[in-house]
Each structure stands twice: as C-alpha cells, then as structure tokens.
Design a protein around this ligand. Structure first.
Ligand code: GDP
Length: 459
C-alpha cells in the first residue's frame, strides 16, 4: 500500500498534530529498536535492542550529535504489540515543530513514513484483529457519548466477529454436509433433512436481519448517519441547519434558491450523530447550477437515514410541497412544520396522513427543538439501543451482510420450490463468502487496502 515492502520499519506521529503536553512517534517493524537506538540515548546507557518488552526508558533524543528533546521510549517486543511487530513509541514534548523534527530524525535513521492506517493494517495482517475489529477502531475514535463509546468498544472486543463466526460455522457445516452428499452419492452419508436445513438457513438469516435492522441505530451512536433537510425554498431549511449546528453555517436570506448546493455538517441531536445536509431545495428551476443542486437533494432523499421534510406553517401547501410529500412517502422521514410563530395556513392533516406525526418548530426562535430531538431518537431507536450486542460498523460491512442475507433467502427459496441440494449449496457458499469478506478472512487485497486507506496516518 505504501509502495514500500511489507517488512520495512515504518514510523509516524500517532497523536494529533497540535500543541499539547505529550506527542507520540510510533515506530513499528523488525528494526524498530535498532532505529530508535540511533537517535535515543537512555540516561542509564541501556540500548533499546537489549531491552525486554513492556519497558519504559527515559533519556534524550539526538539529531546527529545534538540533543533536541527529553523523551520516554516504550518498548514492545513482537508479537506482544499493537501491530504484532517490534514497536517503539517515543513520548516527547507535544509541540508541532519538535514532533515533526523527531519524526524526521527517526526517518533519517532508517524508518520509512507510514501510510494511512498502516499500523492497524499490519495488526490485521499479523492476525492481531480481524477486518471488522480493525474498522471498529475508527468507530471508537469518532464515537461521541457513553453509548457510542460502549458500542464501539464492544465491536473492538469482537462482538460482531463472534456473531459472524457463529453464523458462518453453522452455514459451513450445512454446506459441507450437502457437498459430501452430492459429491459422494455412493457413500452412506446421511442426507441433511429439508426441515433441518430450513431451520439452519432461517436462523442464520434472522441473525443477519437483526444486524441489518440495528445498523442505523448503531451508526447514529458511533460514527453518524446521513440526514438531509429538504423542503421548498424559503421554508427555513438554512435557519434550521444553523439551529442544529449552533452557528451560522448556512446562508439565510429571503431570496429563494440561496442555498445552491448541499452543505454538510455533523451534529449531535439528542445523542444521535447526524451527518446533516442542508440541501438546495427541490424547486423546478432553469438555473443550470441550481439544477445540479436540486438533483443532489433528490439523491440525498434516497440515501438518508433521516429526512427532515420542512414545510412552512404560514403558507398553503404548494405543488413543490406535494411533490416533496410524494418523494418522502415510506421513507425515514420527520415532517417538520416550521414558522409555528406565524399565522397557520398549511394543510397539516394532509401532511400527517402521508408522512406521519408532524413536529412544530420555529427554527428562528428555537421553539420545538426538544421535541425534534425526541423524534430523532425515536426514529433511530437509539434510546434503548443495546450497546453490548453485535452491530455493523460501516457501509462495507452492511453491504456484505445484506448480500449474505440475500443469498440465504435465495437458498431458502430454492429449497422451498424443490431445487436440487447442490443449487441450495451454491447459495449457501455465496452467503459464507460474503460473511468471510466482512471479517476479512477472504477479503481481496483491494478491499483490505480500501479499508485502511480511510484511516489516518499514525493509526
Ligand atoms: P431556506 O431557503 O429554506 O434555507 O430558508 P431560510 O432558512 O433561508 O429562511 C427563509 C426566511 O424565513 C428567512 O427570512 C428566515 O429568517 C425566515 N424564517 C426561518 N425560520 C423561521 C421561523 O421559524 N419563523 C419565522 N417567522 N421566520 C423564519
């Protein structure tokens, strides 16, 4: 991934680049201690190459002959480290310049700069964690609030991997049984009964569907779900966005079509993390630039886990409102009646009949905000979210799970209509392959590289 061979010794700053008490430069690879010894001298004169693992050494960092900082070096010996390789962590003073300077010194002593996520990728390649656990590191970093931390921590501890492995092993033993029976008809291998097979497929599919149904709630408490504010121009979308973000992120004007593109921001609403977009509105327009924005708004509606459909309390419903109601039907929508401080004109009954209970707010003066937060937690079902149960950590995992579930449904249908057992076996194999891709046991190099490229450098 980095262009260097997998065995080179890598280094990067593991702490955020900013001014603080302490910064950490992490070195991982066969020569970690050897390289650190070239620029670090302990006050006791002990070489890091002679050190036991899990030891801290106090001393000085040298750039050539010149001391540049005091530091504590932590030594971890393979395989007992985060990456499974030899690791040295240099704890130095937390200034941006000094941290960069020490990293440069380490690199001049023989380490190569680590690529994004390369430490965690090596941990994965060395069997320290599986792919889904590695991904949960990202969820833990981005988690906000008690629920988020607890859910991400359980993922990191392997709650999802354990669940997927259980499902996989029941499917693999069923598939093996079918394969043996199909391949060796003359041997006395007992045919797995249709009823038994149905139970196995049904149980496995139920478990996968449980995971899929918890996806949005889990994401809402860890790394956030997509949410969109939609509505015709001038209903108060930008004002609502500003109310949610707590500052003037969107431009508020009285001229229609001011927000020409999608503006995105992460907000915490009632403990739910939303990646919120204030959209261009969905008006019919001849303005080419605005047209692109309108198209993006429409695609946001298709993808979003929460849609805030905003209507103006003070105006009768227009064609654009009716069009919006149609496109939001049967979606995860919260209908919002904005400008409740003004005289009512809108046909609320019609909106409620089509989209469910409305929330009344005034985005301008902040009334109705608490009700809006409750509506979000109800919709995403986060209040009673069980953080100790297995959950999917991202879209990649959700897709693998969805494909596996689809294959199991096909297997169940094949069984139902009396297709041969090997046809059922093919569907089960597909399901297993998707689950093994989820945990990384059978993920292609391209998938693995893609996963780690989303990490930050130093992780
Ligand atoms: P957008 O085009 O949907 O983004 O609408 P804006 O947020 O730009 O708001 C359009 C106009 O409506 C502005 O003049 C806002 O001040 C006003 N407005 C927004 N929310 C409210 C509200 O709750 N009450 C009143 N009276 N005016 C509002």
């Amino acid at each position: 991934m980095s262009g260097f061979n997998e065995y080179s010794t890598i280094a990067a700053v593991a702490t955020p680049l900013g001014t603080g008490g302490v910064s950490i430069i992490r070195i991982s690879g066969e020569d970690a201690m050897l390289i650190a010894d070239k620029c670090f001298k302990s006050v006791l004169g002990k070489k890091l190459t002679d050190s036991d693992g899990y030891r801290a050494h106090y001393g000085k960092i040298f750039d050539k002959e010149k001391p540049i900082d005091e530091a504590v070096c932590l030594v971890f010996k393979k395989p007992h480290s985060y990456t499974g390789e030899n690791v040295v962590e240099i704890n130095c003073h937390g200034g941006i310049y000094i941290t960069k300077k020490i990293l440069q010194t380490v690199i001049s002593c023989g380490a190569v700069p680590a690529a994004p996520g390369e430490f965690t990728k090596r941990a994965f390649l060395n069997g320290k964690l599986d792919l889904s656990e590695a991904e949960s590191v990202m969820n833990l970093i981005s988690a906000q609030g008690e629920q988020g931390i607890s859910a991400a921590y359980n993922m990191l501890e392997g709650s999802l991997s354990k669940k997927i492995n259980e499902i996989c092993s029941s499917l693999i033993s069923a598939a093996a049984n079918i394969a043996a029976w199909v391949d060796y008809p003359d041997d006395e291998i007992p045919e797995i009964s249709d009823d038994n097979l149905k139970i196995i497929l049904n149980n496995a599919n139920n478990e996968l569907n449980k995971l899929l149904s918890r996806f949005d709630s889990g994401m809402a408490v860890t790394s956030g779900v997509e949410a969109a504010i939609v509505g015709k121009p001038n209903v108060g979308k930008s004002t609502l966005m500003n109310l949610m973000t707590g500052y003037d992120r969107s431009i508020v004007t009285e001229i229609e079509g001011t927000t020409r593109d999608v503006i995105e921001e992460t907000v915490n609403l009632g403990g739910c993390l939303l990646r919120l977009s204030d959209t261009a509105g969905i008006r019919n327009t001849c303005d080419e630039v605005e047209k692109i924005g309108v198209e993006r708004s429409k695609s946001k509606i298709e993808r979003a886990a929460v849609i805030f459909a905003v209507f103006d309390f003070s105006k009768p419903l227009s064609d654009e409102d009716f069009e919006l109601i149609e496109s939001c039907k049967n979606k995860s929508v919260i209908p919002i009646i904005n400008k409740e401080d003004l005289k009512p004109q809108a046909d609320i009954d019609y909106i409620e009949k089509n989209l469910g209970k409305c929330i009344y707010i005034s985005a301008k003066n902040g009334s109705g905000y608490d009700e809006l937060c409750s509506a979000v937690t109800d919709l995403l079902n986060t209040k009673n979210f069980d953080t100790s149960s297995a959950m999917l950590a991202n879209e990649r995992q959700r897709l693998c799970c969805e494909k596996a579930s689809k294959s199991l449904t096909e297997a169940e249908n094949a069984l139902e209509i009396g297709l041969t057992l090997d046809a059922v076996g093919v569907c089960i194999d597909d399901a297993v392959n998707n689950l093994l891709e989820l945990t990384g046991e059978k993920a292609s190099e391209a998938v693995v590289n893609e996963v780690f490229s989303r990490f930050c450098v130093g992780k």
